[in-house]
Design a protein around this ligand. Structure first.
Ligand SMILES: *Cc1c(COP(=O)(O)O)cnc(C)c1O
Length: 372
C-alpha cells in the first residue's frame, strides 16, 4: 500500500484554531492567560474529581513538579512502574531519588500489587509510589491504593497515556495525591506538546505554579527563596488543548473501535491483545498484541509491516533493562519477570484514529499472512 499507516499522530478539528485565534485577537500570546485558565477548569470538570489543574509545557515537567511536591530527597527510595516510558521515572533522578522498579501483572501489564507489597517489605522506608497506566489500560487501583495507604506512601499517578480511561467508573488521573496527563503529539489529545499537573489540594497547585514560573516571591523586585523553573504552557498552545478536549470522547471511541477490529481479526491467530480487567474502560491509546510462546518473533512482524509502510513499535523496554538504570533493584511477584516476557513477545500496532477500516483490514491481513 502506498500511503503510510502511522502508529498514532495528532488529529485536529476546527475548534482548536478558534481558541488560538482568540489568543491572537486579544494579543494574549505570552504564557498564562485565559486559554490556560479555561483549559485547566475544563479538564478538571471533565475528570469530575475535586482537582486543581496546572497547565505546563510537558507531562515530564508535570511529573518533575509532582516529585517535588511529594518531597523526594536525595537518596530516597521511590517505587516505580517498570514497563513504561522513561519520562515516568526520569524526574525521580532530577530530585536525587533512587528508583526501585516494580514488575507488572499479566492481567493489566501494569504495576503488580503483589510485587509492590514485596517491595514495601524490602524497603519499608519508601514513601512515594510512581505508577503509570500502560497504553491507556488502568492498573489495579483498589489494591495499589490499599497498599499505599497501609504503608503511608504517597501515590503519583502518571496518566499520560490514560486520559479518558476509567477504573470502576473513576477516571485515571484522579487517584493519586499528584497526577499528570500529557498532550504530547502522539497522545489521545494533543496541544503539540504540553502536560497538566492535577493535585488534590489547592496549596500544592499554588506551590507548583510558583515553581513553574521561576519561583518569584510576592515583592516589587525579583525576590527568590526557592529554585524555580520555566515550565508553564503558553496561552496559544492551551487553545489547541481546549479544542481537542471537545473531541476526547470521540477519540476514545475511535481508539476502542480500532482495538475491537484487531481483536476480531486475530480471533484464530496465536496472539492475544493487551489485556484489561472487568469493570474498567481503557482508552485503548495503543492496541498491542502478544504472540504466543514460540509462535513468531515480533521484530520480524514489525519488519514485515515496515516493508509495507506500516508503523509498529516494540513494547516500552522495561526500565530495569535500561543501561541508564543498571544496578537499580527490580522486584517481581514470583520467579519470572512478567515484563521481560511481554517485551520479548509484544508489539504495538498502528492505532491512529485517521486510519480507515480499509487500511486496518490491510494491516490485519498482513499480520494474518505472517502467521500462515
Ligand atoms: C508521553 C509520556 C510521558 C511524557 O509526557 P511528555 O508530555 O512527552 O513530556 C510520561 N509518561 C508516559 C507514560 C508517557 O507515555
Amino acid at each position: 500500500m502506498k500511503k503510510r499507516i502511522p502508529l498514532s499522530t495528532p488529529t485536529m478539528h476546527t475548534e482548536e484554531l478558534g481558541f488560538v485565534h482568540e489568543a491572537f485577537d486579544k494579543n494574549w500570546i505570552a504564557p498564562l492567560g485565559f486559554n490556560c485558565d479555561n483549559f485547566e477548569t475544563e479538564l478538571c470538570a471533565y475528570l469530575g474529581g475535586d482537582l486543581h489543574g496546572l497547565s505546563l509545557c510537558s507531562g515530564t515537567a508535570a511529573l518533575h513538579l509532582a516529585m517535588k511536591l511529594a518531597g523526594i530527597q536525595r537518596g530516597d527510595i521511590v517505587l516505580c512502574s517498570d514497563m513504561t516510558f522513561a519520562a515516568t521515572v526520569n524526574p525521580v533522578s532530577y530530585e536525587g531519588g533512587v528508583q526501585v522498579f516494580i514488575d507488572s501483572d499479566p492481567e493489566t501489564w501494569n504495576m503488580d500489587p503483589v510485587a509492590l507489597e514485596r517491595a514495601f517489605e524490602k524497603y519499608p522506608q519508601a514513601k512515594v509510589v510512581v505508577l503509570a497506566h500502560l497504553y491507556g489500560t488502568p492498573a489495579k487501583m483498589d489494591e495499589i491504593l490499599d497498599i499505599c495507604r497501609r504503608h503511608g506512601a504517597v501515590l503519583i499517578e502518571d496518566a499520560a497515556e490514560a486520559l479518558s480511561t476509567t477504573y470502576h467508573g473513576q477516571p485515571c488521573g484522579t487517584f493519586g495525591e499528584y497526577n499528570i496527563v500529557s498532550f504530547n503529539g502522539n497522545k489521545i489529545i494533543t496541544t503539540s506538546g504540553g502536560g497538566m499537573l492535577l493535585t488534590k489540594r489547592k496549596e500544592d497547585r499554588d506551590l507548583a505554579f510558583k515553581l513553574a514560573t521561576q519561583a518569584r516571591e510576592p515583592a516589587p523586585w525579583y525576590q527568590h527563596e526557592l529554585i524555580g523553573y520555566n515550565y508553564r504552557m503558553s496561552n496559544v498552545v492551551a487553545g489547541i488543548g481546549r479544542g481537542q478536549l471537545l473531541h476526547l470522547e470521540e477519540h476514545r471511541e475511535a481508539k476502542t473501535a480500532i482495538f475491537r477490529r484487531y481483536q476480531e481479526g486475530f480471533r484464530d491467530l496465536p496472539v492475544t491483545m493487551n489485556p484489561y480487567e472487568a469493570d474498567t474502560r481503557p482508552n485503548f491509546w495503543l492496541s498491542c498484541l502478544l504472540i504466543d510462546e514460540g509462535k513468531g518473533d515480533p521484530m520480524e512482524l514489525m519488519d514485515l509491516l515496515a516493508k509495507n509502510n506500516i508503523e509498529a513499535r516494540p513494547i516500552w523496554k522495561p526500565m530495569h533493562m535500561q543501561p541508564v538504570f543498571a544496578g537499580h533493584d527490580f522486584i517481581t511477584a514470583g520467579e519470572r519477570a512478567v515484563n521481560e516476557d511481554i517485551f520479548r513477545r509484544g508489539l504495538c500496532l498502528p492505532s491512529d484514529i485517521k486510519m480507515t477500516v480499509e487500511e486496518q483490514t490491510y494491516v490485519i491481513d498482513l499480520i494474518r499472512s505472517f502467521f500462515q
